[in-house]
Design a protein around this ligand. Structure first.
Ligand code: NBP
Length: 483
């Protein structure tokens, strides 16, 4: 077989098939392969006319169809299947060839695979792909890791098939080894937080504001014309406006209130604990999904009293809606800031040189959290490359200052009325924690020293100290050898 394909895709379920079609529609010759040949056949029969495909029945045929250096994109179920496919293809490849994993791999697996393949002379590019099946076909946001050398060859192709915003591709080289999959994981964590914040806003407008789903859909439509303009706010309006055909009831009232997850939010929180990144809004959003599914616990708590449930008078409900917009926006800034902090922490831990502004840039299109707001984050990082936090930027700081009274009112109102707002409150507490001049952490250090002689540092002099708590006089001793 003549080696004519610039890229090969193995794994032709929804994501692989649509990415292969996207490459072909963009003028690339695409070799296609799937473990079960039926999927390859269907792709050619249904979409073969869209571009130049080279169907392959065996791994050998597939590899032989690829131009060198070979670019082989794996789109199979993440986990063991990815290792199996790598083991099947790697022996057929030669030095300088590249294997790209576009599945939702855990970044630690990607680091392991990259190291192992590098030792065999192969490039391994773990690449986050966001946007679901529609994005894969029409232009996803792509987050490739791996070596700069592999990006030089592969990058232009990925950039071509990615979404574009203002003429710029939603694809950039994130950094080495597992950085691409890490950034994709954090994207999903932020997505969890954003969805939860929007859901809490809806809950407040419904249960406190007394509005119907159709009215709330209108509110979200209006918000979507302002600073909250985003894909998620847009689809929220669509979902809320939808009426169930069978019952005539609002669609949102016939769906069971138990949220599911595929696990990337959980990975974000687990990893954040290892890195010491305080991603509290993302964590609360993840726990909120988990709690919603705990039927037994919910049944045990259900008979217990809550707050004052009556709705607001219509004359104050309008103002409350505006306050919820402020609270949603402020909480969103904090949740995104937490995500960026986590990426910064991982970059320091793993030695990745990540352009934080470029991450915002490639999330402006193609992915689930795409939003006008991301352009602001991109601009903030462009203006100050070592920006420590979004809140260190003047405009974000001014907006949070403006929003904070409304934000506090909304969280307090929710507490009074017994409406759960875990992500709103976590975001507000995070804000108050990080801006607070004095934290009760001093007392915690005292407790730790009391029961475990864990020592403490003083505010007025250098050194570490321990107090002899069980001795009369509670003498303080310096423990670091200093005078
Ligand atoms: P699935 O995750 O459902 O995987 C199905 C594909 O994996 C089929 O091609 C199947 O081949 C192949 N496969 C399996 Br399962 N085990 C295999 C093995 N041991 N050897 C070879 N092939 C094997 O497909 P998907 O939903 O298209 O997702 C693909 C990847 O993209 C996943 O990692 C997913 O997490 C990620 N992703 C998905 C989305 C989304 O919205 N769906 C978005 C972003 C990323 P077969 O046909 O022979 O069974």
């Amino acid at each position: 077989m003549e080696a004519s394909a610039q890229i090969g895709v193995t794994g032709l379920a929804v994501m692989g098939r649509n990415l292969a079609r996207n490459f072909a529609r963009n003028g690339f010759t695409v070799a296609v392969h799937n473990r079960t040949p039926g999927r390859t056949k269907t792709l050619i029969e249904e979409f073969g006319h869209e571009g130049t495909f080279v169907p392959a029945r065996s791994p050998q045929e597939f590899v032989a169809a690829l131009e060198r250096p070979r670019r082989l994109l794996i789109m199979v179920k993440a986990g063991e299947a990815t290792d199996e496919v790598i083991e099947e293809f790697a022996p057929l490849l030669e030095a300088g060839d590249m294997i790209i994993d576009g599945g939702n791999a855990h970044f630690a697996d990607t680091r392991r695979r990259e190291r192992a393949l590098r030792e065999r002379g192969l490039h391994f590019v773990g690449s986050g792909v966001s946007g679901g099946e529609e994005g894969a076909l029409h232009g996803p946001s792509i987050m490739p890791g791996g070596s700069a050398e592999s990006y030089a060859v592969l990058g232009p192709m990925l950039e071509r098939i990615s979404a574009h915003v203002d003429g710029e591709p939603c694809c950039t080289h994130i950094g080495t080894d597992g950085s691409g999959h890490f950034v994709k994981m954090v994207h999903n964590g932020i997505e969890y937080a954003d969805m939860q914040l929007i859901a809490e806003a809806y809950h407040l407008l419904r249960d406190v504001g007394g509005h119907t789903p159709a009215e709330i859909a209108e509110t979200f439509r209006e918000w979507n014309r302002g600073r909250l303009d985003s894909y998620l706010v847009g689809i929220t309006a669509e979902v809320l406006a939808h009426t169930d055909a069978g019952t005539g009831r609002p669609f949102v009232d016939i769906v069971r209130d138990a949220a599911e997850q595929k696990g990337t939010g959980r990975w974000t929180v687990q990893t954040a604990l290892d890195l010491g990144s305080p991603v509290t809004a993302i964590a609360e959003a993840t726990f909120a999904r988990v709690a919603s599914s705990r039927t037994g616990l919910r049944a045990a708590y259900r008979p217990l009293p809550g707050g004052r449930r009556q709705r607001l008078d219509p004359d104050v409900a309008g103002r409350f809606t505006r306050d919820v917009e402020q609270a949603l926006y402020a909480s969103k800034v904090i949740a995104y800031d937490q995500g960026w902090t986590m990426i910064r922490d991982a970059a320091a831990e793993y030695g990745w040189d990540i352009d934080l502004g470029a991450v915002a840039k490639i999330w402006r299109g193609g992915c689930i959290i795409r939003a006008a707001f991301l352009d602001r984050i991109r601009a903030a990082h462009a203006a100050t490359p070592d920006l420590v936090s979004l809140l260190a930027e003047e405009r974000f700081a001014a907006e949070i200052t403006d929003a904070q009274q409304a934000w506090r009112t909304v969280v307090a109102t929710a507490a009074h009325r017994g409406v759960p707002v875990p992500a709103f409150s976590a975001a507000l507490s995070s804000y108050d924690t990080l801006r607070g001049e004095h934290l009760p952490a001093a007392l915690i250090q005292g407790q730790r020293d009391y029961f475990g002689a864990h020592t403490y540092r003083r505010t007025d002099r250098e050194g570490t100290y321990h107090t002899l708590w069980s001795e009369p006089g509670r003498l303080e001793v310096r423990t670091d050898g200093g005078a």
